[in-house]
Design a binder for this molecule. Structure first.
Ligand code: PCA
Length: 333
């Protein structure tokens, strides 16, 4: 009998070990999800989502790995929903009111002065959540969690006594609802996603902005703009959506792990958003921005615009919208 060369027998042994490892791996098959998000890695929403991905990894014992792709790098902000629907990405984050042309319900949290505090924003979410979930469900999307931005204000180059001071000015908008408000102020809305905001300000595509202290900080607003009017007009929400079929294809334990991590992320996100607002406003001040409340006239103009937008919204949203608004107003008392 021909003896095996010692080298070939050790090769055979390694081969056996490799096959065994391969079998063990497929027995605990790993699922990998890509998660595009529109905002920078250091933004509190993204940090919260990173923690969500880490929690899922731990709770599923490494069975589900979610790779977060921040800043619109994998899909741009306005492409993310379609990518998750089509399965090019399994899960993703979007801002709800970015979709307000699709359905009036998606505009609700961006109507000026309807819900201006964290407590009211939460009541509004509780009153509308089931209907928002149902709208997304029709599109094959499951809502996992939703977290608000800090209250929205106006960034400008000069002082603002009333909305007349912004007449004709190109103001950056992130949603059709914000664009409508800008129009009613007599200014010109220009849609610019957060990832392109710094450049749009630097090149003069826009010379004012409506957003939170968080995005003002992320985009280094102080490089082009001098004033932040802390109007606190509304708190728009992001939502994390998963492709329903992808979710259904997970085993039950992993599904539970995702739902638990999502509930934790929602609670943590609301808390961090509120707690970090003061920090964000302080960073604007530290970078020499003039942070001011809205003047009486500016506030009056904006409240008037908010009332008009609520009426316009009700005309579009019909009985369904009225029911949500009634539930909100009742719970708010
Ligand atoms: N930041 C996001 C949306 C609202 C906010 O505060 C943005 O400006 O795009």
């Amino acid at each position: 009998m021909k003896l095996l060369h010692p080298l070939s027998s050790s090769l055979a042994r390694s081969f056996t070990v490799l096959i065994a490892a391969g079998l063990a791996f497929s027995a605990s098959a790993q699922t990998k999800w890509d998660m595009p998000t529109p905002y920078p890695a250091t933004n509190f929403h993204t940090e919260n989502i990173q923690q969500f991905a880490g929690d899922v990894d731990k709770a599923s014992a490494g069975k589900l790995k979610i790779t977060v792709h921040p800043n619109g790098a994998l899909f741009k902000a306005n492409e993310i929903k379609r990518a998750v629907q089509g399965g090019q990405a399994q899960i993703g984050e979007i801002i709800i009111s970015g979709l307000s042309n699709e359905d009036p319900l998606f505009a609700l949290d961006t109507i000026p002065f309807l819900a201006t505090s964290y407590a009211d924003a939460k009541t509004l979410w509780q009153a509308s959540r089931a209907k928002v979930e149902a709208k997304f469900a029709k599109q094959g999307l499951k809502v996992l969690f939703s977290v608000p931005w800090p209250p929205q204000g106006i960034y400008s180059k000069g002082p603002l006594n009333s909305s007349a001071d912004l007449k004709g000015v190109k103001i950056r908008s992130y949603s059709p609802t914000v664009a409508r408000m800008i129009e009613l102020m007599g200014a010109q809305p220009v849609t610019v996603q957060a990832a392109e905001l710094t450049q749009a300000l630097a090149t003069g595509v826009v010379s004012a902005n409506i957003t939170s202290a968080a995005t003002g900080y992320d985009s280094k607003s102080w490089e082009q703009l001098t004033y932040y009017f802390d109007v606190q007009a509304w708190l728009p929400k992001n939502v994390v959506l998963v492709n329903q079929k992808q979710f259904d294809s997970l085993d039950k334990t992993t599904q539970q792990a995702v739902l638990k991590a999502a509930a934790d992320a929602e609670a943590r996100g609301w808390k961090t958003s509120e707690e970090k607002t003061i920090w964000y406003v302080d960073q604007l001040k530290k970078n020499n921005m003039k942070v001011l409340p809205a003047s009486t006239d500016l506030k009056k103009d904006l409240v008037g615009i908010g009332d008009r937008m609520t009426k316009e919204w009700l005309e579009k949203a019909g009985a369904d919208g009225q029911a949500v608004l009634d539930a909100y107003r009742k719970a708010k008392k």
